[in-house]
Design a protein around this ligand. Sequence first.
Ligand code: TRP
Length: 329
Amino acid sequence: MSEKKGRVFSGARPTGRQHLGNYLGAIQNYVALQDEYECVYCIVDIHALTTMETTVGLRQNTFEMALDWLAAGIRPEDSIIFIQSYVPEVTELHTYLSMVTPLGKLTDLPTFKDKIRQHPNNVNYGLVGYPVLMSADIVLYKAGLVPVGVDQAPHIEFTRETVRSFNYRYQADVLIEPQMKVTQVPKVIGIDGQQKMSKSLDNHIEIAATPEETRKRIMMMVTDPQRIRRTDPGDPDVCNVFSMHKIFSSKEEVDQIDVECRRAGIGCVDCKKMLAKNMNDYFVPFRERRADFEKKPDQVWEILDDGAKRARVIAQATMEEVRAAIGIR
Ligand code: TRP
């Protein structure tokens, strides 16, 4: 581990089976970072509670997400993969960090304003503190680098400021200011051809879907809206099926579609069938590994327990320093 470049931490709320947007936007990047960094990946179930009115399905969603992460190539022998609530030190650190956090800073955050718009009837105390808990995640594990989507930039900036406030107030250099690593991926558009892929909009394609389900979802994809008849020429530059071909198909096929679509040489149905085949081929190894893990749920829970144990060693060491800096122990 010591020859690696530093520690990465990232977290995601347990949203169950992951879709192409999650995969291309985050998971692939998590997997790649393992070669160069010591990685800590966390399923942030406490964060999920901030917007949940019932926890029915929470455990199942946590498990399904862990399966997807593991099958996609997060390696528990190299990285730590764990569930946030299994390391309760994070809630203690959250409390301490809250003492150096001006309330107005939290209520001014654009992410907070979005959340209250989405959940106007559940604006709870925990929701206001969401970024404080996220800061606690990052600094508890002394992560130098946090790979996240650009929407999380205000939270990373907030974390950096919190670290400075804490270190300044207690005159101790115990917490590390993390750097954000923006995941450079094109926004993945849903099958509606318009909005960002998301489960709540039901415009998503699950990576663990069967080949048949995948094909069905692809056949539902909205293509170039100007292309109405089969004989109309299409514009691949505005077609989401074409953007996906660029990810899942060979260069030859992409070039061929680019030419043929523009002169109505290929129709959308055939174009989608090609995409379905290529996407399904791409996910064959992933789906095999996932099916293996699914047969051994105990092993998956063991991996998560072991991850929490290893995470807790780091967390407890940080907390010793934090309490000493504050002067309470
Ligand atoms: N807020 C992040 C999101 O919604 C999830 C998250 C929680 C996180 N804690 C984190 C991301 C720590 C990175 C680091 O995507």
